[in-house]
Design a protein around this ligand. Structure first.
Ligand code: SPV
Ligand code: MG
Length: 291
């Protein structure tokens, strides 16, 4: 099945489904092998893996290059965290064109201003996009896609920016009318209060996606009860890798030896397996002249 169709099914199915974060070809492969049905190409994780901030410091074509590796390495759908669409409607629709060329199944855009700030940064109040401008962006993206199953998810940052339920609902409804395929409602509270209030009033007008990074103690069954369609585990491969890399770098630095380290890391053979070295060896037998 086409990747776009796979993602559409995940978003529309009444059962709760999950996207797991990946930030490069390797992590995308691991997410697929684990059994996840889809990948979240996280802006936070991709930027952090590049060694820059989640403030659109990496250019959109640099992000596209990472996505191309992720897409080539996997057969499950990728939903890109498209931040604000990297500019106005024109930049956002060009992004859609380039994503479709790389078999990316969908993109999520958030109603903030370029350059964006990560939603969990409390340094300053985050200005939201003008509703009409954001609706024009959604329309331009939907008009541009050539595959009818490509998904445009509209992310409502009203709660993040300190607004209440009314503003969140007003925005979500406007984005629905502009043609969005789903709403991502975001919250930085450590409880589920905002999400719960939204779900009760939204009443399933469009599928809903959530990112429970901060309200992670809420049992997953509660999301299903509330009618949430898709949950994004947004940054956990990145965070796991940071700890793993710190630990092994520290150990090797202090011990000036690999003896203790060797047993706790992936084998070289495992690296080869993930790279599908076997496939190349078979191809060499087939295509290279035998000596
Ligand atoms: C990301 O993964 O980059 C996201 C989700 O946008 S969050 O960090 O929760 O804003
Ligand atoms: Mg992001």
């Amino acid at each position: 099945m086409k990747k776009t169709r796979q993602l559409k099914r995940l978003i529309h199915s009444p059962n709760l489904d999950f996207l797991m974060e990946a930030h490069n070809g390797l992590s995308a492969k691991i997410v697929e092998e684990t059994g996840f049905k889809g990948i979240w190409a996280s802006g936070l994780s991709i930027s952090a893996a590049m060694g820059v901030r989640d403030n659109n410091e990496a250019s959109w074509t640099q992000v596209l290059d990472v996505l191309e590796f992720m897409s080539d390495a996997t057969s499950i759908p990728i939903l890109l965290d498209g931040d604000t669409g990297f500019g106005n409607f024109n930049n956002a629709r060009r992004l859609v064109k380039k994503l479709e060329q790389r078999q990316i199944a969908g993109v999520c855009i958030e109603d903030k201003q370029f350059p964006k700030n990560n939603s969990f940064l409390n340094s300053k109040a985050q200005p939201l996009a003008d509703i009409d401008e954001f609706c024009g962006k959604i329309k331009a993206m939907k008009d541009t896609q050539t595959d009818k199953d490509f998904m445009v998810v509209a992310r409502v940052e009203a709660f993040i920016a300190g607004w209440g339920l009314e503003e969140a609902l007003r925005r979500a409804e406007a984005y629905r009318q502009a043609g969005a395929d789903a709403i991502l409602i975001h919250s930085k509270r450590s409880d589920i209060e905002e999400i719960e209030s939204f779900m009760k009033e939204w009443k399933g007008r469009l599928p809903v996606v959530i990112v429970p990074t901060k309200y992670y103690t809420t049992p997953t069954s509660r999301f299903q009860e509330l009618g949430v369609n898709l949950v994004i585990w947004a940054n956990h491969n990145l965070r796991a890798s940071i700890n793993a890399m710190k630990k092994i770098s520290g150990q090797i630095f202090w011990e000036e030896s690999l003896v203790q380290a060797e047993g706790s890391i992936a084998t070289i053979e495992e690296v080869f397996r993930l790279q599908k070295v076997d496939e190349l060896q078979e191809a060499e037998r087939k295509y290279l002249p035998s000596t």
